[in-house]
Design a protein around this ligand. Sequence first.
Ligand code: GTP
Ligand code: SAM
Ligand code: SF4
Ligand code: SF4
Length: 351
Amino acid sequence: MPPPQPPLQPASQPVSQPQEQPPAPLVDRFGRVHTDLRVSLTDRCNLRCTYCMPAEGPGWLPAPQLLTDDELLRLLRLAVERLGIRSLRLTGGEPLLRRGLPDLVARMAALPGRPELSLTTNGIGLARSAAALRAAGLHRVNVSLDTLRPDVFRQLTRRNRLGDVLDGRAAARAAGLDPVKVNAVPVRGVNEDEIPELAAWAARHGYRLRFIESMPLDAQGGWDRAAMVTADEILARLGERWPLTPVPRAGAAPAEEWRLGGTDAVVGVIASVTRPFCGGCDRVRLTADGQLRNCLFATEESDLRELLRSGADDDRIEAAWRSCVAAKAAGHGIGSAEFRRPGRPMSAIGG
Ligand SMILES: Nc1nc2c(ncn2[C@@H]2O[C@H](COP(=O)(O)OP(=O)(O)OP(=O)(O)O)[C@@H](O)[C@H]2O)c(=O)[nH]1
Ligand SMILES: C[S@@+](CC[C@H](N)C(=O)[O-])C[C@H]1O[C@@H](n2cnc3c(N)ncnc32)[C@H](O)[C@@H]1O
Ligand code: SF4
Ligand code: SF4
């Protein structure tokens, strides 16, 4: 007797095929394709950098409003499967404060297409967690460090933790996270004179240092353009010590880079204010409370948490995501008459 045959599919019901087509690009009305998602894991922090936060507070997001790990993973899966996102940057606040971070990273590493995973951190706690994060699948870290002088560190961050930051950065290297980049914000009259010293230190240790122009995103609203240390000033200080050779920009990266003459070192400047790089922007942002932002300076957000919690299916969430990105402005407009600061500070967006 022949073996029993499986029932035939009715003609009207298509047989489901594995999806082989790449997802349609996540594109805005200027044709910019978005492949990089910056994910804020918390708005809380254990430092109080003066260019980011006031001495007290700011008020934190209430816990019930934060995306759970499962909610976040659902959005990330959708982003890589349906929207063409290829890299995820974890940020905050201080992302190392997110409970269970290595497990969360391992779940991200297991997403289809194995997105590139990076983390931006102040480095506190990295000495303890770098090896576990690497083992979970994290590729690389950017560690913020504005000064090598303990008294200046205390003045800038309002905390006495320089040793922890230096230990964390060394542990990242030892764990095999590569490259280790260092972010420094020069502040007028505080650490601006340390620019060449920081560059020499980074060159000695093989870190990729980037100096950042401060942006009008501090929680206390104290940013003053006239007080900002500009890219030209940073380059002038570096130029007094080394001949600078421009390095071709890597894709849509925010940093412009220069090689320091006579060394192997490359130093970058992220000049959002005086040399904006919005024309090549490929970034979209998700806040810890599930709001999608099409720009660091966006004044409107798309509430994906509400969609998730009201039972929306993936098609609806995808459509909301695409229309948020489609509406993105050409640039941040800092300095124009129309410029308005976003309602959220940097620490609640993720930088
Ligand atoms: N204006 C603006 N600034 C950005 C953007 N992306 C990152 N930055 C700023 O660049 C600085 C460094 O950010 P990181 O989190 O280290 O990220 P990154 O420089 O894009 O990281 P890499 O991929 O390692 O180059 C922070 O001050 C960010 O706010 C962006 O899209 N627009
Ligand atoms: C918001 S922090 C979040 C991650 C982590 N807490 C840290 O400091 O690396 C991300 C980056 O934004 C930078 N940043 C914070 N406030 C800034 C501002 N007002 N202008 C420019 N960059 C800023 C920080 O120096 C850091 O490199
Ligand atoms: S820059 Fe980073 S470390 Fe400093 S206060 Fe802001 S979130 Fe915290
Ligand atoms: S300011 Fe907005 S448009 Fe410009 S690079 Fe940053 S996120 Fe992109």
